[in-house]
Ligand binder design. Structure first.
Ligand code: URA
Ligand code: CA
Length: 445
């Protein structure tokens, strides 16, 4: 077999065989196939796509490129969740403890923020002392003893994805449904859970801006998971505005704690309960979504979810006293108000730009090696549809870098469109995809 023939075949738009896909991925990871041939194949895949069989074979070839986590010594069905990436998307910190509090083990490997999106590891590490670099043995031990652990992905998991992702990033081949689906699902399959809930974000702050593409991505990922023998549900949720009000690491931890104390209502709580219910359902801990929602609500209202978060913080080396004293979390020197410059309604938000504004405060990274300021970020004061008057507070910048205030504030203001007409409300959950297919709750694009 020759790499060039595989590239030519995909360039002609033909489907690759399992043997061809394995040959290419194995060769690339070993180093016998160079970056320039891998880049050419990625571009051909971007242009000509892959059918669902090829996408599954690509994913499994990627999984087989490295180690797989074996969670079988933990009893019960282990459940994982994954978000395709958003802004103010603090759901893991709420959902994982709620589900664990309902008796379903949550063994989760998370990522860091990159670009305009946040990452769970960065958020957790803003808790003084919290460690995310547990060994696999410590990870399994934590899940066995308290039912929950959230750690960083180990180095040897899916090396093919690390190489391909870096190459995609610099060759204009990131936003391809088979490439995104295989990248995400290879990591989920290799991390060993039995059940997976995927939160596919859609809108101006998401990878997939159109609702149609978001459902196609959800469907591709569900098909891969099922072929790999996993129970999978994908939920398509709104990212046309930040989900929570806080954007930034310690700020999001505070907000998650407020939700788990049942002191904050609204979209973050609603989507979290919905995801938790779907996790309970995929893990067969309940018989219907309604039943799962009731279990998740009960775990929240009783305080058992908050207690479980405390157990996890303590076991992973963090200071659990933050739950009772939020001032133990890092906070910024300055809190700068950003005011509306016109009267009207918030008609839309460019959520990616809001994420970038938070990045300018120091909360995120532009490059993988950049360091972040755990205290920095934004607290939004308005949502789409809210009425505003000139001078009203739109958001607060939490910032330790006086030189960045102006640019961050301008970026934020430019991302929030104010107009005379009140916009149509958009649903928080747009639909679900499971083994029975796609179910859209809305009918229009
Ligand atoms: N997240 C991933 O892990 N991979 C992608 O390709 C896109 C988002
Ligand atoms: Ca995330």
């Amino acid at each position: 077999m020759r790499a060039v023939d595989i590239i030519l075949k995909k360039r002609r738009g033909e489907a690759l065989t399992k043997e061809e896909i394995y040959f290419f991925i194995e060769g690339y990871v070993k180093g016998s196939i160079p970056d320039y041939q891998a880049a050419a194949l990625l571009m051909a895949i971007c242009c000509n796509g892959m059918d669902s069989w090829e996408t599954v074979d690509l994913t499994l070839a990627m999984v087989d490129s490295g180690d797989k986590v074996d969670l079988s010594q933990i009893s019960g069905m282990k459940v994982d969740k994954h978000s395709t990436g958003g802004v103010g998307d603090t759901t893991t910190l709420i959902v994982a403890p709620l589900v664990a509090a309902c008796g379903v083990p949550v063994a989760k490997m998370s990522g860091r923020g990159l670009g305009h999106t946040g990452g769970t590891l960065d958020k957790l590490e803003s808790i003084p002392g919290f460690q995310t670099n547990l060994s696999i043995e410590e990870f399994i031990h934590a899940v066995e003893s308290i039912g929950i652990a959230v750690i960083s992905q180990s180095k040897d998991l899916v090396p093919a994805d690390k190489l391909l992702y870096a190459l995609r990033d610099v060759t204009g081949t990131v936003d391809s449904i088979p490439l995104i689906a295989s990248s995400i699902m290879s990591k989920k399959i290799a991390s060993g859970s039995d059940a997976i809930v995927l939160d596919v974000k859609t809108g101006s702050g998401a990878f997939m801006r159109s609702v149609r593409d978001s459902f196609l991505l959800a469907d591709a990922m569900v098909k891969i998971g099922i072929r790999a023998g996993k129970n999978v549900i994908a939920v398509v949720t709104d990212m046309d505005q930040p989900l929570g009000m806080a954007i930034g690491n310690a700020l999001e931890v505070k907000e998650a704690i407020e939700v788990l104390k049942n002191k904050q209502q609204g979209p973050l709580k609603e989507v979290s309960l919905y995801l938790a219910a779907n996790m309970l359902l995929t893990a067969k801990a309940c018989t219907s979504l309604k039943n799962g929602l009731a279990m998740a609500e009960q775990a929240l209202e009783s305080g058992r979810g908050l207690e479980k978060l405390g157990d996890m913080i303590q076991l992973q080396g963090g200071n659990k006293a933050v739950l009772d004293d939020l001032s133990l979390l890092p906070s910024s020197d300055q809190v700068i108000p950003v005011a509306a410059d016109a009267d009207g309604y918030i008609s839309s938000m460019d959520t990616e730009r809001i994420g970038l504004s938070s990045l300018l405060t120091g909360a995120g990274r532009s490059r993988k090696e950049d360091s972040i300021d755990p205290a920095a970020g934004l607290v939004m004061k308005k949502r789409v549809g809210d009425g505003v008057r000139k001078g009203d507070l739109l958001a607060e910048l939490h910032i330790n870098k006086p030189e960045a205030v102006r640019e961050a504030a301008d970026m934020l203001r430019s991302a929030m469109k104010i107009s005379k007409d009140k916009p149509e409300p958009r649903p928080l959950v747009l639909g679900v995809v499971n083994k029975h297919g796609i179910q859209r709750f809305d009918s229009k694009e």
